[in-house]
Design a protein around this ligand. Structure first.
Ligand SMILES: C[S@@+](CC[C@H](N)C(=O)[O-])C[C@H]1O[C@@H](n2cnc3c(N)ncnc32)[C@H](O)[C@@H]1O
Length: 302
C-alpha cells in the first residue's frame, strides 16, 4: 500500500458541502476518492457506485435527473461510504455483494470475495460432465461464500453438493446464499478441516476447491483491500502457499470415487502440484487464465 495514501486519508474526506444534487454528489465523491493514490484509477466508477448505494438510484435515473437533490440522510450515508472506501474497504463489502457466474452472492468480511477467475472451475466442471442432469456427488472444499457450491448445484440440477469449510462464519454466509438463490435443498453444509468431519465411506464424483494459496511472506505485497479486509484463513497457506494442497491432494484422492475428478484453483505455481498428482491420478490438465497464469488444475482418480 502506498504510505502517502495512508497518511492523506487519516484526516478523512472533507465534509459534504450543503445540499447536493446527484451530479454534484458524484463529483464530490470522486474528488474525495482521488485523495488516495491507489484508488485514483477507479475513483469515477467507485464514486458513481457509492452514490447508487447511498441513494438507491440507478445509473439511468441519475443520468436522466442529475439535478435531483439528495436527502440529508442520503448525504450522510454517502459521506460514511466515502470514508470507508478511503480506508480501502472493498466496494463489494460496501455493496454487500459480488456477481459470480451471473448470480449475485452476498459477501461479508467472513468470506473471500469471489473472483472472476474462479468461474473457470465451473466451466471446467461443466465441460467434463457428459450429462448436466446426471446424479453427481460433488464436494466443494473451502466453500467461503458458497460461490462454487451454489453455482454447481444450480448448473447441474441432478447433483448433490457437500460444501465444506473450516470457518463456521463462512458457512453461514454460504448457507444464506444458497437459500437466496434457491439451491439450499441440494447442498449440505459442514464445518470441517478439509474432509475430516465427513463419514468415512463418503465418496464423490467431483471435488472442487479454491484453497488458500498465498505464501505468508507475500502478505506485505498484497493490496490493502485484500490484506486488511479479507479473511487470512481464505488467503494464506504457510510459507510457500502449498500447505493446503499438501493435505488436499492425498485426502481428495481418498475421497474420490474411482474415475472421479479433482479440480483445484492455483495461483500459478503448479510444479509441486503436478508432481503430487502423479500418484493415483491421470488425465492431468492445466488451464491457463486470460493472462496465461496456470489457474485450474484438474486430474482424474485412477
Ligand atoms: C480462497 S477461499 C475460497 C472461497 C470460495 N470457494 C471461492 O472460491 O470464492 C478458501 C476457503 O477455504 C477455507 N479453508 C481454509 N483452510 C481450510 C481447511 N483446512 N479446511 C476447510 N476449509 C478451509 C477458508 O475458510 C476459505 O473460506
Amino acid at each position: 500500500m502506498n504510505p502517502e495514501a495512508t497518511e492523506s486519508t487519516s484526516s478523512g474526506p472533507a465534509a459534504t458541502p450543503g445540499r447536493m444534487t446527484l451530479r454534484e454528489a458524484e463529483l464530490w465523491a470522486e474528488q474525495q476518492l482521488r485523495i488516495r493514490e491507489d484508488l485514483r484509477d477507479r475513483a469515477r466508477l467507485d464514486a458513481s457506485q457509492l452514490v447508487e448505494i447511498a441513494t438507491g438510484t440507478s445509473r439511468v435515473a441519475r443520468l436522466a435527473h442529475p439535478e435531483a437533490a439528495l436527502t440529508s440522510a442520503q448525504q450522510e450515508r454517502l459521506s460514511e461510504l466515502v470514508q470507508r472506501r478511503l480506508k480501502a474497504e472493498p466496494m463489494q463489502h460496501l455493496r454487500g455483494s459480488q456477481e459470480f457466474y451471473g448470480r449475485d452472492f452476498r459477501v461479508t468480511p467472513d468470506v473471500l470475495i469471489p473472483r472472476p477467475e474462479t468461474e473457470d472451475i465451473v466451466t471446467a466442471v461443466l465441460e467434463s460432465v457428459p450429462d448436466r442432469n446426471a446424479a453427481l456427488r460433488i464436494a466443494d472444499v473451502g466453500t467461503g461464500s458458497g460461490a462454487l457450491a451454489v453455482t454447481l448445484a444450480l448448473e447441474l440440477p441432478g447433483s448433490q453438493v457437500t460444501a465444506l469449510d473450516i470457518s463456521r462464519e463462512a458457512l453461514l454466509v454460504a448457507q444464506r446464499n444458497a437459500e437466496r438463490l434457491g439451491a439450499a435443498g441440494r447442498i449440505r453444509f459442514l464445518e470441517s478441516d478439509l474432509f475430516a468431519n465427513l463419514r468415512d465411506d463418503a465418496c464423490f464424483d467431483v471435488i472442487v476447491s479454491n484453497p488458500p494459496y498465498i505464501p505468508l511472506p507475500d502478505a506485505p505485497t498484497l493490496h490493502a483491500e485484500v490484506r486488511e479486509f479479507e479473511p487470512s484463513l481464505a488467503l494464506f497457506a504457510g510459507h510457500d502457499g502449498m500447505d493446503v494442497y499438501r493435505r488436499l491432494i492425498p485426502e481428495a484422492h481418498a475421497r474420490l470415487c474411482p474415475g472421479g475428478l479433482l479440480l483445484m484453483e492455483t495461483g500459478g505455481e503448479v510444479t509441486w502440484i503436478l508432481e503430487a498428482l502423479r500418484k493415483g491420478f491421470h488425465a492431468v490438465q492445466v488451464r491457463p487464465d486470460l493472462q496465461g497464469i496456470a489457474r485450474v488444475v484438474s486430474a482424474r482418480r485412477h
